[in-house]
Design a protein around this ligand. Structure first.
Ligand SMILES: Nc1ncnc2c1ncn2[C@@H]1O[C@H](COP(=O)(O)OP(=O)(O)OP(=O)(O)O)[C@@H](O)[C@H]1O
Ligand SMILES: [Mg+2]
Length: 457
């Protein structure tokens, strides 16, 4: 009996130590987890908003950030592609984790740079080779072909086989889709309803080098007629977790008219993305993509953005992006219940399989306010008023995109200026709340679409 009591005491002492070590570990991680977030848009404001809610986030730095990100961390005036300057910043501020917002640094090899120069830092984003899923349309098409992932039929052409390309276009069914192979800031896709227009666009890209190197190769693709949605995934290179899905509104005008923009609004969840559709997307697209990356030893620890289209109830891939979308992040992050930094650490450690994701049941919508003239020419530097005394509750969040703080005022600094996300009982309710907040904000030339989510009313 006495022996048992001694044993029990010993055990509780050991247990106590374990407990203290576990606590100490948590404390140390929380204490040392300094994060550098790269980028300057609404996506980065939403990521910053989400990361500072994490128990693992000690200090947050944003390079270069905007007036909104400065509410959650320290903006550092370094470009997202200036890796050498980032290295200095990381060493000075004991950064443990770098989260990459935009595609450009990823395609330019930010992961590879850190891996070589600062291997102690965890980087969320693929290496340059894997970033080609977004950085090269031809690479992503071949990847999908190798792994039997459903996508539009295609062919690729360069200067070398330009004449062959012309003949291919001339015989192609209409409409026909032309895509510059490389990054073209969202402007590299042309959908032509006549062969003449398609041939002219083809010549413009290849011969006149419309997008420089990015259009030295062109992918010509079959047109898919359907409804689009985007699914967002985090992967550690072996396993993946779906962190949300959304539908964005690209056109400047109400009723989806006018020029394409970076995104005028977004909603989540998307009513037509039901369990059946999601199951098909997972088994036919998401799993084969992640398995394909693993099978080909492609280093990928980051986000995958699956741009999907539903044609006759079947999902096909329109595109991959190697980062989160903007404004999709502004509805995906508010609905994701997980600790984002914990997910990032699992991505880095290769333990994503052990995580479970959970989402807020409410709908989320975001409505983007843009500068007058956008997506064409527009002026910057207009004072934004109303931000400091908004009448809104915790159902709404203002995310900054193209904004800048000058002394006590916030001024416009881009085409897409800010976006208001709201939670609602349904999409219509969420949009209504966002618009009520936008009505209290003003800058010269401010414009937003009043009909975000119109088809789900
Ligand atoms: N094969 C296709 N059939 C029909 N529409 C298409 C096709 N390919 C692209 N599109 C349309 O063009 C848009 C842009 O194409 P894609 O996503 O490939 O280009 P991107 O420039 O990489 O876009 P993003 O800037 O969103 O990353 C798509 O969202 C879709 O609406
Ligand atoms: Mg893309």
């Amino acid at each position: 009996m006495a022996q048992n009591t001694v044993k029990f005491h010993k055990l509780t002492r050991i247990y106590k130590y374990c407990f203290t070590f576990a606590q100490l570990y948590q404390f140390l991680i929380a204490f040392i987890m300094n994060i550098l977030l790269l980028g300057a848009g609404g996506r980065e404001h939403a990521l910053a908003w989400k990361m500072v809610q994490s128990k693992l986030c000690s200090k947050l730095f944003i390079a270069p950030g905007n007036a909104g990100t400065a509410q959650f961390g320290i903006n550092i005036n370094i470009s997202a592609t200036d890796f050498a300057a980032q290295k200095e910043c990381c060493l000075e501020n004991n950064i443990n984790l770098v989260v990459v917002g935009p595609e450009e640094p990823l395609v330019k090899g930010v992961y590879d740079f850190y891996n070589k120069e600062l291997p102690q830092i965890a980087v969320i984003g693929p290496a340059a080779f894997g970033a080609q899923l977004e950085g090269s349309k031809a690479f992503s098409k071949k990847f999908m072909q190798r792994h039997n992932i459903p996508t539009a039929g295609y062919a690729e052409f360069t200067n070398e086989n330009f004449e062959e390309g012309k003949a291919y276009i001339a015989k192609h069914t209409l409409p026909v889709v032309l895509k510059a192979d490389g990054l073209a800031a969202g402007k590299g896709v042309v959908i032509s309803s006549t062969h003449e227009e398609a041939l002219a666009a083809f010549e413009e890209m290849i011969i006149n080098k419309q997008f420089g190197d990015a259009s030295s190769k062109v992918v010509i693709e079959e047109f898919l007629d359907g409804i689009e949605t985007s699914v967002f995934v985090l992967t550690d290179g072996k396993d993946y977790k779906i962190i949300g899905h959304a539908k964005d509104y690209k056109r400047i005008g109400e009723g989806d008219t006018g020029l394409n923009t970076g995104g005028m609004g977004c909603v989540s969840p998307v009513p037509f993305v039901d369990d059946v559709f999601m199951h098909k997307a997972e088994t036919r697209i998401i799993q084969p993509t992640v398995n394909g990356l693993a099978a080909e030893n492609i280093s990928y620890k980051g986000f995958i953005f699956f741009g999907l289209i539903k044609v006759n109830n079947e999902p096909l891939v329109i595109e991959y992006n190697c980062r989160m979308g903007d404004p999709e992040t502004e509805v995906v992050m508010p609905r994701l219940k997980n600790d984002l930094v914990e997910l990032f650490l699992a991505v880095h450690n290769g333990s994503l399989k052990e995580q479970t994701t959970a989402y807020d049941d409410r709908a989320c919508a975001t409505v983007v306010a843009v500068s007058g003239g956008y997506p064409g020419e527009y002026k910057k530097g207009f004072e934004i008023s109303g931000l400091n005394n908004l009448k809104m509750n915790s159902n709404s969040i203002v995310f900054h995109a193209g904004t800048k703080q000058i002394d006590d005022t916030v001024v416009t600094n881009g085409g897409r200026v800010l976006t208001v996300t709201s939670y609602g009982a349904n999409i219509t309710d969420a949009v209504k709340k966002s618009k009520a907040v936008l009505q209290q904000i003003h800058f010269d030339g401010m414009y937003y679409r009043g009909d975000i989510g119109y088809e789900f009313e």
